[in-house]
Write a protein that binds this ligand. Structure first.
Ligand SMILES: *Cc1c(COP(=O)(O)O)cnc(C)c1O
Length: 462
């Protein structure tokens, strides 16, 4: 007869060396929690009819497993083999090594975040990105905030609260992650003055709306979708001139905000920050972690008088960028300044990777695994940039019995591997796998595909 009285107490378990080791690693309170849970599970099992008691070792390993689970970081690195470069769910842009180093040194100690080293007096955190942004975009002034949603909200609040903002109907978009242009406008207190039809907007529509009075003309980049067919939209410089005729600022929410020309890499041309400003935009705002390739941030550049107002608005304090963001942003900006973006900024490295390079890597993977097939495929930019656009790539294609199960096993590997399926094949795209992840990717894959005869691609694993 199984008796619960034969179970050791927590106190007895604590006397054993393996549990003492757990206390050292995880601390006493958490270890006690784990031991109690482990014992309670056993009691429940016995009451439920279990006829054997676990040994002390078994109780201890159960506690160890619980402790490992409880203390595992929730946010963990994954290998992105999807070929989607700016994968919003996978954290958008990976940072460059230099950005990481800058972030680390800012994080580990004190910094001159708001301290003017020349005068020994209080300084401003805005200076750390402003000069570089001026130099790179030609803008008079700049401000960095927490993210681009915050940037748009701040700009609207500071410049158009309680007033009408003219915007084309075709731009009242939802970007994902619940950023909706009309909702943000409402939140800022600005009044929506939508013009045109969904597919066509004429300059005269803008003129009419401006004649009724407005504080701003806003252009929101459609980012994640395209309007094709019977469409029309005035050129940016025409809208800007019209806004200026009515003496109101023209604000361009670029979303992705490329500093380099995507057309150079076989993609559609994504409007650049410089082009927007040159077309006459008074304020341009964009994300730090989309095509810019830096940390999460909202970057506002433009006219000095408008930025002075924006910086003074109380919301500016609520959405300000933190020192880690500013450190990483500064390092990312330096890559552009040194004209080394495509070599150092991961997002641009991936965009500029040729299909040939992808093929060489996919073939090396195949060679190392002795499995699968290298086939042509498409990578995408993602992150609400360049919808419908793709880049030629080569992927490693694995034939497996149950693709969904295999994807799940990939996600359960350490680090998790995120892949995609197409026609029941598992596709792994080298474009978005960082080179330093190749070794661990192949180790994990080979463990999962080992059961197969070399060269046989049918029936890998599951
Ligand atoms: C992505 C995007 C935003 C939101 O930017 P976050 O940095 O994600 O806050 C705003 N506007 C447009 C047009 C976008 O594409």
């Amino acid at each position: 007869m199984t008796s619960l009285r034969d179970l050791p107490s927590v106190e007895q378990l604590l006397q054993t060396p393996p549990v003492a080791d757990l206390v050292t690693r995880y601390g006493r309170p958490l270890t006690l929690d784990a031991l109690r849970l482990s014992l309670n599970e056993t009691r429940a099992a016995v009451r439920g009819g279990s006829t054997s008691l676990p040994s002390r070792d078994e109780l201890t390993s159960r506690a160890d497993a619980l402790l490992a689970e409880w203390t595992r970081p929730s946010l963990q690195p994954v290998i992105n083999a999807t070929g989607v470069i700016l994968h919003t769910n996978l954290g958008r842009a990976p940072l460059s090594r230099a950005a990481l180093d800058a972030l680390t040194s800012a994080a580990l100690g004190y910094s001159n975040l708001e301290f003017d080293l020349a005068t020994g007096k209080r300084g401003s955190r805005t200076v750390h990105a402003e000069a570089l942004l001026q130099k790179l975009t030609g803008a008079e002034s700049a401000l960095v905030v927490n993210n681009n949603a915050g940037a748009v909200l701040l700009v609207l609040s500071a410049l158009a609260k309680g007033k009408r903002v003219v915007i084309s109907r075709s731009q009242l978009v939802e970007i994902g992650g619940s950023f909706r242009v009309p909702d943000v406008m409402k939140q800022s207190g600005a009044k929506l003055a939508e013009v045109g039809a969904t597919n066509k907007v004429h300059l005269r529509d803008y003129r009419e709306a401006l004649s009724d009075g407005a504080a701003m003309v806003l252009r929101a980049h459609r980012s994640n979708f395209k309007i094709v067919g019977f469409t029309e939209e005035p050129e940016l410089d025409k809208i800007a001139s019209l806004a200026h005729e009515f003496e109101v600022p023209f604000v361009d929410d670029l979303g992705s905000g490329a500093l380099l020309d995507t057309a150079k890499y076989g993609l559609a041309h994504e409007p650049t920050v410089g082009e927007s400003l040159a077309a006459g935009a008074d304020i341009v705002c964009f994300s730090g972690d989309k095509l810019f390739g830096g940390p999460q941030a909202g970057i506002i550049v433009g006219r000095a008088d408008l930025l002075a107002k924006i910086k003074k608005h109380p919301l500016a304090r609520a959405v300000r960028a933190d020192k880690l963001c500013l450190a990483a942003l500064n390092a990312t900006l330096l890559h552009y300044l040194r004209d080394e973006a495509t070599r150092e900024i991961p997002v641009w490295k991936m965009i500029s990777m040729t299909a040939r390079t992808a093929k060489v890597r996919a073939e090396a993977w195949r060679e190392s695994l002795g499995q699968g097939e290298v086939i042509p495929s498409e990578s995408t930019v993602g992150g609400g940039s360049l919808p419908d656009e793709s880049m030629s790539t080569f992927v490693l294609s694995l034939t497996v019995k149950n693709p969904d199960k295999f994807l799940k096993r990939l996600r359960e590997s350490n680090p998790p591997i995120i892949a995609r399926t197409e026609n029941d094949k598992i596709l792994l795209d080298p474009r978005t796998v960082l080179e330093e992840q190749d070794v661990v990717l192949l180790e994990n894959l080979s463990r999962m595909t080992r059961t197969l005869a070399p060269g046989a691609s049918a029936g890998v694993g599951e």
